[in-house]
Design a protein around this ligand. Sequence first.
Ligand code: DC
Length: 223
Amino acid sequence: MISPVPVIAIDGPSASGKGTVAKLVAQKLGFHYLDSGSIYRTIAYTSHQQNISWNNEIMLIKILEKAVLSFKNDQILLNGKDVSEAIRTEEAGRGASEVAVHKKLRAAILGFQRDFEKSPGLVSEGRDMASVVFPHACMKIFLTASTQIRAERRYKQLISKGNSVNMDSVLDEIILRDERDLKREISPLLKTEDAIEIDTDTLSISDAVDKITHLYSLKSQTS
Ligand code: DC
């Protein structure tokens, strides 16, 4: 499929920096932005609120059908209520990774994600942006970083938000999340053959943003 709307798909493991990078790339290019992880997080958060197990795919789909999810500036609204902070907890992240294994649930979210493909362009980030949701993306980036660095980043982020956590448990959680996201049967995290890998171990956020926007401008000059 040839899309007239440019889509930049950014995938990567948790705490690789893809959220911040993707948002800044979108701002710089004046494109729309999709944080697909927030959809899985919102489903996990809501099911937890309603005492519904993350294994109960049928009920999770029902939650999705009833939910009115919208994005307003930096806020994520669920039925009009701002859940941006509530879905950023470690628990919601773990839950998101657990609900994300369900095939029918993933299929039910596809259309919602694809609706973000609008002029003048889209930067989308997640695990299966390049492989499943936007396989026709004009540019595919796989953002990565070592497990240790990602755990340190997540640790600092949690501490700065006032959470009391220890480094070992943050590292364990990252390893567990990687394992689940990489090994699941449906739409696992993977680097597609046509993706450009960017390692952010020694690259600052702004360097990664500059690199992606530079690659994009080269690409748009030649196509
Ligand atoms: O990007 P994140 O940490 O907010 O994502 C939370 C979880 O959601 C992640 O561990 C797996 C799942 N996810 C997914 O399966 N597919 C996506 N496109 C985005 C997130």
